[in-house]
Design a protein around this ligand. Structure first.
Ligand code: FAD
Ligand code: NAP
Length: 528
C-alpha cells in the first residue's frame, strides 16, 4: 500500500509550532494527493456511497487511519415530496424523530398520571398535543444534527458530495448533483452504504395518497384518524405514538405482529396497545385507497382467511410494509457487483462483495439486522480492517434491539421459538415472571402486560440464549444484559447478580420460576 498515512502527517504538522501555514499545506496536499496502487492512480483511498449511519461511521474511521475519503449522499424525495438533509435514515426519518415522538407520547401519559401523585394540573381532560409545535421541535433538532454532521465532515477533511452516486466501472463513480451536472471520481476502495426506503404495496392509491415513515415526522398537518398498514417495528411504533398523542390508530396485520420476534412477547405488546385504544385487524391486506371529495381517504382491505372485505374512512393512511434496498440506482452491473435477486440487497458475509475492493454495510446487506448501531459498528470495523490492518470482523449475533411501542419491548438473543427449533423443547428452559413496576403503583396502571423471560439451555450451567422484557425503558434495561450475554451469561450467574432496588431491570435477577414447573409467575409483592 503506497498511500501516505495522513494521521502521521497531521501529527507531524501539529507537533511543529507554525500551525496555520502547515494546515494550509496539509489541505492542499489532501486535495491534490492521489492514491496509487497496482491497479493505477485514484482520487481517493475510499469512496462511500451513502451518508447515513454506516457510511459516515466508516468514512470517519477511515480518515482516522490516514485515508483520503469522499462521501456521496443524496436523498430522493418521497412520493409525497418529503426530503431531508445529510445523515441518513436514522437521524432524519428513523430512530431519532421516532424516539422523540415516542417521548412526546409518554409525556402526555405522564401529565395524566401526575395528578395521581398530587400535581394540580388545570383540567387534565383538555390536555392535547399541538402537532405543529411537536413537528417543528423535532425538525429543528434534526436540522441541527444535519448541520453538525456537515461541519464534522469538513473538519475531518472528508469530501462531501451531495449527489446521487452510480458506478461507471469498478473504481469509477459518477455523482449526479442537484443541478443535474455530473462529477466523476475514482477510488481504490468503495463502500456501498445506501440503506433503504419504504416499500409501498402495489394497490390503487398507495403512491398517490398514502404516507410512509419518510413523511410522518414532518407532516404539515395533524394526521387525524390513521390507518397503519403493516405490523412490523415501524407500524407498531407509529400506531403506538399516534394513539397516545390522541389520534385514532388502526393497524392492518398481514400475518402476525412483529414476525420473527418472540411471539408471546409480541402478543403482550399488541395487547397493551389494544387496551389503550389501538384497533387491530388481523390477517388483513390492503386492497385500495381512494380519495373522497372531503379530502379523506377511503381504504378497503380483505381478510386473507375468510375473504371478507371491509372499508373505512381515514384522514391518513401510513404504509409501514417493509423497506427495500436502494441498489437499483447504483448501476451495480457496471462494477460487477451481484445482488440477491428477490430482495435487491447485497450478500456480503464479511461486508466484502463479490468484487474484492467493493464493500457494503448497513441496511443494504442481505440477512443482517436493519439497525443503526449494527451499520455503525460494521462500518467502523471495516475501516479499521482496510486502513489499520485490524483483524476484527463484525459479530451479527446477539444484537439487542427495542421496539418503542407504548409499553416497550427489548430483547437480545434467541426467541423461545427459535431456541426450541434449534435445540428441541427438552433442551430449553424458560424462566419467566410478570412484575409490577413501582412507579405503576400510585396511578394504578395496567400491569397485565409487564412480563419478562430468560430463554436458557436446560443443561447446567444453563447458558442464557435470549432475554426478553416488556415494560418501561426496555432499551435501557436490555443494553447491559446484552453485554452479559456476549460474555456467556448463565442462569446461575444471573440469579447470583444482586439487583438494584427498586428498578424494573432487577426483575431479571429475581427470575426463578420455570415455565416447565407450571408455577404461577405473577408477582407476590413488590419486595419478595
Ligand atoms: P441509511 O441511514 O438509510 O443511509 C443511507 C444514505 O444513502 C441515505 O441518506 C440515502 O439517501 C443515501 N443514498 C442512497 N442511495 C444513494 C446513492 N445512489 N447515492 C448517494 N446517496 C445515496 N434503528 C435502530 O437501531 N433503532 C431505532 O429505533 C430505529 N428506528 C427506526 C425507525 C424508522 C421509522 C426507520 C425507517 C428506521 C429505524 N431504524 C432504527 C433503522 C435505522 O434507521 C437503519 O438501520 C439505519 O439508518 C441504516 O443505516 P445505513 O447507513 O445502512 O443507511
Ligand atoms: P418489517 O419489520 O419487515 O415489517 C413490515 C410489515 O409490513 C410486516 O408486518 C409485514 O407483514 C407487513 N407487510 C409487508 N408487505 C405487506 C403487504 N403487501 N400488505 C400488508 N402488509 C404487508 O419492516 P419495518 O417495520 O418497515 O421495519 C424495517 C426495519 O427497520 C426493521 O427490520 C428494523 O430493523 C428497522 N427498524 C428498527 C426499529 C427499532 O430499532 N426500534 C424501529 C423501526 C424500524 P408480514 O409479517 O406478514 O410479512
Amino acid at each position: 500500500m503506497s498511500y501516505v498515512n495522513m494521521t502521521m502527517l497531521s501529527n507531524f504538522l501539529k507537533i511543529s509550532n507554525s500551525n496555520r501555514p502547515l494546515q494550509r499545506i496539509e489541505s492542499i496536499f489532501l486535495l491534490t494527493r492521489r492514491t496509487f496502487s497496482s491497479h493505477g492512480t485514484f482520487d481517493y483511498d475510499l469512496a462511500v456511497i451513502g451518508g447515513g449511519s454506516g457510511g459516515l461511521a466508516c468514512a470517519k474511521e477511515a480518515v482516522n487511519h490516514g485515508a483520503k475519503v469522499a462521501v456521496l449522499d443524496y436523498v430522493t424525495p418521497s412520493p409525497l415530496g418529503t426530503k431531508w438533509g445529510l445523515g441518513g435514515t436514522c437521524v432524519n426519518v428513523g430512530c431519532i424523530p421516532k424516539k422523540l415522538m415516542h417521548q412526546a407520547a409518554l409525556l402526555g401519559e405522564s401529565i395524566h398520571e401526575a395528578v395521581s401523585y398530587g400535581w394540580e394540573v388545570p383540567s387534565p381532560k383538555d390536555i392535547k398535543i399541538n402537532w405543529t409545535s411537536l413537528t417543528e421541535a423535532v425538525q429543528n433538532h434534526i436540522k441541527s444534527v444535519n448541520w453538525v454532521t456537515r461541519v464534522d465532515l469538513r473538519d475531518k477533511k472528508i469530501e462531501y458530495i451531495n449527489g446521487l452516486g452510480e458506478f461507471k466501472d469498478a473504481h469509477t463513480i459518477v455523482a449526479t448533483l442537484k443541478n443535474g451536472s455530473k462529477k466523476e471520481l475514482t477510488a481504490k476502495n468503495v463502500v456501498i452504504a445506501v440503506g433503504g426506503r419504504p416499500h409501498y404495496p402495489d394497490i390503487p392509491g398507495a403512491l398517490e395518497y398514502c404516507i410512509s415513515s419518510d413523511d410522518i415526522f414532518s407532516l404539515s398537518y395533524p394526521p387525524g384518524k390513521t390507518l397503519v398498514v403493516g405490523a412490523g417495528y415501524i407500524g407498531l411504533e407509529c400506531a403506538g405514538f399516534l394513539n397516545s398523542l390522541g389520534y385514532s390508530a388502526t393497524v392492518l396485520v398481514r400475518s402476525v405482529p412483529l414476525r420473527g420476534f418472540d411471539q408471546q412477547m409480541a402478543q403482550l405488546v399488541t395487547a397493551e396497545m389494544e387496551e389503550r385504544g389501538v384497533r387491530f385487524h388481523h390477517k388483513c391486506v390492503p386492497l385500495s385507497v381512494e380519495k373522497l371529495e372531503s379530502g379523506q381517504l377511503k381504504a378497503r382491505w380483505q381478510n386473507t382467511d375468510t375473504g371478507e372485505q371491509s372499508e373505512d374512512v381515514f384522514d391518513t393512511v401510513l404504509m409501514a410494509t417493509g423497506r427495500y434496498a436502494l441498489t437499483k440506482a447504483l448501476n451495480l452491473p457496471a462494477a460487477g457487483v451481484t445482488v440477491v435477486t428477490e430482495s435487491g440487497k447485497i450478500s456480503a458475509p464479511t461486508e466484502q462483495t463479490n468484487v474484492g475492493h467493493i464493500f457494503a454495510v448497513g441496511d443494504v446487506l442481505e440477512g443482517r439486522p436493519e439497525l443503526t448501531p449494527v451499520a455503525i459498528h460494521a462500518g467502523r470495523l471495516l475501516a479499521r480492517r482496510l486502513f489499520a490492518a485490524a483483524p476484527h470482523h463484525m459479530d451479527y449475533d446477539n444484537v439487542a434491539t427495542t421496539v418503542f411501542t407504548p409499553l416497550e419491548y427489548g430483547c437480545v438473543g434467541l426467541s423461545e421459538e427459535a431456541a426450541v427449533a434449534r435445540l428441541g423443547e427438552d433442551a430449553v428452559e424458560v424462566y419467566h415472571a410478570y412484575y409490577k413496576p413501582t412507579e405503576f403503583f400510585i396511578p394504578q396502571r395496567n400491569i397485565r402486560n409487564c412480563y419478562l423471560k430468560a430463554v436458557a439451555e436446560r443443561a447446567p450451567p444453563q447458558q442464557v440464549l435470549g432475554l426478553h422484557f416488556v415494560g418501561p425503558v426496555a432499551g435501557e434495561v436490555i443494553q447491559g444484559f446484552a453485554a452479559a450475554i456476549k460474555c456467556g451469561l448463565t442462569m446461575e450467574q444471573l440469579m447470583n447478580t444482586v439487583g438494584i432496588h427498586p428498578t424494573v431491570a432487577e426483575e431479571f435477577t429475581r427470575l426463578n420460576i420455570t415455565k416447565r414447573s407450571g408455577k404461577d409467575p405473577n408477582p407476590a409483592s413488590c419486595c419478595s
